[in-house]
Design a protein around this ligand. Structure first.
Ligand code: NDP
Length: 328
């Protein structure tokens, strides 16, 4: 029996378990492209899947890993041939379709994008789904007509994966960046990425008033809950907030006041089912706008056999920036 190395999540009576296994190749799911994976990552959602803390996995057994980079091994898809370097983000991979924390994946070629020119597989995964989502958020703010001339931009969950990449991208685009973090010890890290001001997470995380002083023209929020409500309440007239995460909570205990009294827009960001043209636009922009040295500074690389440990760490808020997993 031919097998490949993978993390496998199973469901038992007392919950889910994750383990390093030799996975039978015959159990790969349907698809017109088979990829030999070289790099994957640990995103917040991978943390939820591997620890079983939230029911993101919808099929068992599951191989977690919502993103990967690798090389096409075989293909009957017109767009890809053996040897092509590819990147995958989302589409339910690691949730409903066997995922990227493995040596192999088989899936629909339509889900893949070519590895952008100028990026290595390791760099593409240093960006990963978190960084590609940060890019989608920046594109959404720009699509709303917002530019640095409108005023400062706020990034919440600043030292996390989405937050770190968002800061670097926004600074590159010329914004005055305010970073909200619960880790004051990361001030030097955040300033090196491009943060002009640091504010404590607690300023935004408790229940607040429906409207507050207008502090920023735009925001990228990966935190949700009271934080997102307070971010909206302190957004300038005609500003916009790109909401992409739920690190504090899935709730949104807000009022309509910012929308109906200040014309503030709340922009939803989804990376999973995002249509291909927008993915390609996001990756093209990432490959040009993201400084390689800054990307390296936000990235730590772990061997495959430390991926489960890293998944626990990300939910404990102990990971700074991004974690790349090297697949053997
Ligand atoms: P990380 O864990 O790397 O970053 C999350 C950050 O949020 C932490 O680093 C921390 O930043 C902050 N944070 C953590 N817990 C709390 C809390 N209780 N209250 C306030 N802030 C908190 O995760 P990612 O960057 O990978 O993902 C961030 C969020 O975005 C997640 O919820 C994830 O599910 C979501 N996401 C959504 C996508 C989409 O398609 N919409 C795609 C990718 C991610 P600090 O220490 O600086 O305060």
């Amino acid at each position: 029996m031919t097998t490949f190395k993978a993390i496998r999540i199973d469901k038992g009576e007392s919950g889910t378990t994750a383990a390093y296994v030799d996975f039978p190749e015959a159990e790969l799911m349907e698809g017109d492209v088979t990829v030999r994976i070289s790099h994957s990552t640990i995103n917040y959602k991978d943390g939820l899947a591997i620890t079983g803390k939230s029911p993101v996995v919808r099929r068992f057994p599951m191989i977690p890993g919502i993103d990967f980079a690798g090389v096409v091994e075989s293909s009957s898809h017109a767009g890809f041939k053996p040897g092509d370097a590819v990147v995958l983000n989302g589409w339910g991979v690691g949730e409903t379709h066997l995922g990227g924390l493995a040596q192999k994946a088989r899936l629909k070629g339509d889900w893949l994008v070519p590895l952008p020119k100028g990026l290595s597989a390791a760099q593409a995964m240093a960006i990963g789904t978190a960084g590609y989502t940060a890019m989608l958020a920046v594109l959404a703010l720009e699509g709303q007509g917002l530019s640095p001339a409108a005023g400062p931009v706020l990034v919440t969950g600043a030292a996390g994966g989405v937050g770190s990449v968002a800061i670097a991208l926004l600074k590159h685009a010329g914004w005055h960046v305010i970073a909200s973090t619960g880790r004051p010890e990361e001030e030097a890290y955040l300033r090196a990425l491009g943060a002009d001001e640091i504010i404590p997470r607690q300023e935004l995380s408790a229940p607040g008033r429906p409207l507050g002083k207008e502090r920023w023209a735009a925001a990228v929020d990966s935190v949700g809950s009271h934080t997102l409500a307070n971010v909206l309440a302190q957004t300038r007239y005609n500003g916009a907030v790109a909401a992409c995460g739920l690190a504090q909570g899935m709730d949104l205990p807000a009022s309509v006041a910012p929308f109906i009294l200040r014309g503030v827009s709340l922009l939803g960001i989804d990376s999973v089912m995002c249509p291909k043209p927008r993915r390609l636009a996001a990756w093209a922009r990432l490959s040009v706008d993201l400084d390689a040295a800054k990307l390296a500074s936000i990235t730590q690389t772990v061997p495959f056999d430390q991926a489960i440990e890293a998944a626990h760490s990300i939910l404990e808020g102990k990971i700074r920036g991004r974690v790349v997993v090297e697949i053997p």
